[in-house]
Design a protein around this ligand. Structure first.
Ligand SMILES: [Zn+2]
Ligand SMILES: [Zn+2]
Ligand SMILES: [Zn+2]
Length: 213
């Protein structure tokens, strides 16, 4: 019996930051040594290389750490119903999902639900210099806050968050302390990924003095 099993791969583009979907079949990738898929922005690509009859290598440039990662996909992954999630080994970001089409799309929908809400609120191209970077950076701040690592020097943990086109402005609710998180480039995103805690300090900035970068 010949099974031509298919699979969907969603990978986070290292340039535009969105998830790009690719449909592959075992037949397709086994008949070539190398299969290349470009992101719709044309600035990054996923390369699938046939290592041997049972093993395929996925090479993906990583938005999280700026390098490239190789992940191994096995023949048996094509027939399994669950999905494989590949994380960047340096930053832990979820970089790639592979498996059953419905399951992969469900996972991405879940990830992007709040992103869509942000877009509905501000529009994709109209407000932010880079909507994806703002969104991903917001998620980083939320994770830090959820771990109790977002606080002010005065001891207050009730922090206000304001969105600007190119930055996230954090402001203490009880004292004049502030913190600016820049979020307009992939560089900023990589810097923000390195944050483990955010401490607001009173450095005498008023909101009107926020520098324009
Ligand atoms: Zn892209
Ligand atoms: Zn990485
Ligand atoms: Zn404070």
């Amino acid at each position: 019996m010949i099974i031509d099993a298919g699979m969907t791969i969603a990978y986070k583009c290292s340039s535009c930051g969105t998830f790009e979907f690719v449909n592959i079949t075992l037949f397709e990738i086994s008949s070539r040594r190398e299969t290349v898929f470009n992101c719709r922005c044309n600035s990054s690509k996923l390369v699938i290389t046939k290592e041997n009859a049972h093993c395929y290598k996925l090479a993906i440039p990583c938005i999280g750490c700026g390098t490239r990662h190789d992940y191994v996909l096995e023949r048996k992954d094509f027939v399994k119903q669950d999905i494989r999630i590949f994380n960047c080994p340096k930053t832990g970001i979820q970089q790639c999902f592979a498996g059953n089409d419905k399951e992969v799309r469900k996972r991405i929908d879940l990830l992007e639900k709040e992103f869509d809400e942000l877009i509905n609120l501000f529009g994709y191209d109209s407000y932010f210099s880079n909507t994806q970077v703002i969104y991903d950076s917001l998620n980083i701040i939320h994770d830090i806050a959820a771990k109790g690592n977002l606080f002010c020097g005065c001891g207050n943990e009730d922090i206000e968050l304001l969105l600007f086109s190119d930055k996230i402005y954090l402001r203490c609710g009880k004292c004049p302390a502030t913190k600016i998180i820049y979020a307009s480039t992939n560089e900023h995103f990589r810097e923000n990924l390195k944050l483990n805690q955010i401490l607001l300090l009173d450095e005498g900035h008023e909101l009107k003095n926020v520098p324009n970068e």
